[in-house]
Design a protein around this ligand. Structure first.
Ligand code: GDP
Ligand code: MN
Length: 391
């Protein structure tokens, strides 16, 4: 789960990570009030969306009075902001963050992610702050420093010093960096974060370190331990289909193709996507309805698939092990009646109660293209969208 910059900064501040003073606002008037409350000669007004690249896209502005602040907020609020991370449709800005401006001497990069291979948190640092780290990795990989944190020991002061020197920090900044890194690591582990990115981490003209930007993502599987973080979920920033799927406890990931896939089991779902691609089409989604799905869950999954306007055919591939084929068939029939099936439906099922399931589909009068095996199903669904299957 992702959260907004201002929320990440509030969390980081609680752990003692230095961030500028700021206040969120949802209207131009609130923005003006926030500027005045900060009591600062200059502030930065920043669009709050779950995407980076706001600076270049015109979503961040330095302002020096309340009128300027509210004028900029008025320009942003309620409208989409298109950055290179949002896609062409952009993201609607519903909130801005007003922050005390800082005098920047240098911009650095500091990130933390879980390194699954090393089984620990990896710190990533670079002198190339303000730039996309992916770009730095591609153009100047030697400028990216990595330090693995031993989960038993935590951040070693020597690791902080090593990074600080490599970043060109000197004197009191070295101690500041060690403290910042340690606080950041506590914030990371104690909130079950999966990523923290500070880009840029700045050295101010008066020689202090400060996090000017902050991005935090959390491990969904750890959220039950952090109800206060779970509350920060912003449904406006999430794919409505994914939100709906989560409600029904379905594993759904939106993709770019036009073949809607409903499968039970993550492995079978992956294999189904592979075989659809193998025959020359693109899956519109990954959808695992799980092992013991009931017909309501199947119906919900089916509705989610069909709500995607780009879906031109649906492929259901179910192996009835724990899930019973007749239960699946009933769910499909119920949902198809409810939502008006507007696209061809290919079904391949195998396993427990398969004959009963096939009978339910047959008796329903719904137009179903039945397939004998996975390859047959993939070929048929490709044909159903008017393409010829490649192989
Ligand atoms: P992003 O473009 O979405 O990553 O948004 P950032 O929060 O990183 O802001 C973009 C850029 O605005 C930063 O890289 C800074 O160069 C600049 N910026 C943000 N806040 C300040 C500030 O307080 N002072 C100055 N001088 N620049 C700032
Ligand atoms: Mn940034």
């Amino acid at each position: 789960m992702n959260i907004h910059e201002f929320q990440a900064k509030q969390i980081l501040a609680r752990f003692g990570v230095p961030v500028p003073k700021g206040q969120p606002a949802t209207s131009a008037a609130e923005t003006a009030a926030a500027f005045s409350a900060l009591n600062t000669p200059r502030a930065v007004v920043k669009a709050q969306i779950h995407a980076g690249g706001r600076g270049k896209a015109g979503g961040v502005k330095l302002v020096s009075n309340a009128a300027e602040a509210s004028e900029f907020a008025d320009k942003l609020l309620g409208k989409p902001l298109v950055t290179h991370q949002t896609g062409p449709q952009g993201r609607i800005v519903r909130r801005v963050y007003v922050e005390q401006a800082s005098e920047v001497a240098r911009e650095l990069y500091l990130g933390m992610v879980v390194d699954r291979k090393a089984e620990c948190v990896a710190v990533i640092a670079s002198t190339e702050g303000g730039m996309e780290i992916e770009e730095v990795a591609a153009s100047a990989p030697e400028k990216i420093l990595t330090e693995l944190i031993d989960p038993v020991i935590g951040v070693g002061a020597f690791q902080g010093r090593k990074l600080a020197f490599a970043l060109g920090l000197r004197d009191k900044q070295v101690g500041q960096f060690v403290a910042l890194l340690t606080a950041l690591y506590h914030a990371f582990t104690e909130t079950d974060a999966s990523l923290i990115e500070i880009n840029p981490l700045v050295l101010t003209k008066d020689g202090n370190l400060l996090c000017l930007d902050a991005k935090m993502s959390f491990d969904d599987n750890g959220l039950f331990r952090h109800p206060e973080i779970r509350e920060l979920r912003d449904p406006n920033e999430e794919d409505p289909a994914e939100t709906e799927a989560a409600k029904h406890d379905l594993s759904y990931v939106h993709l770019d193709g036009n073949i809607g896939c409903m499968v039970n089991g993550a492995g079978l779902a992956m294999a189904t996507m592979d075989i659809v691609k193998h025959y020359g089409a693109e899956p519109a989604n990954f959808l695992d309805v799980g092992g013991g799905a009931n017909s309501q869950k199947v119906a919900a999954a089916f509705r989610i698939l069909l709500s995607d306007e780009r879906v031109r055919a649906v492929l259901i591939n179910i192996f009835g092990g724990i899930m019973l084929c007749d239960v699946l068939a009933q769910g499909v029939v119920d949902a198809a009646r409810e939502v008006q099936l507007r696209v061809p439906l290919v079904v391949r099922m195998e396993g427990t109660n398969v004959e009963k399931g096939k009978q339910i589909l047959k008796d329903s009068g719904i137009k179903v293209i039945t397939a004998s095996d996975m390859a047959d199903a993939a070929r048929r669904v490709v044909e159903a969208i008017g393409a010829s299957p490649s192989a």
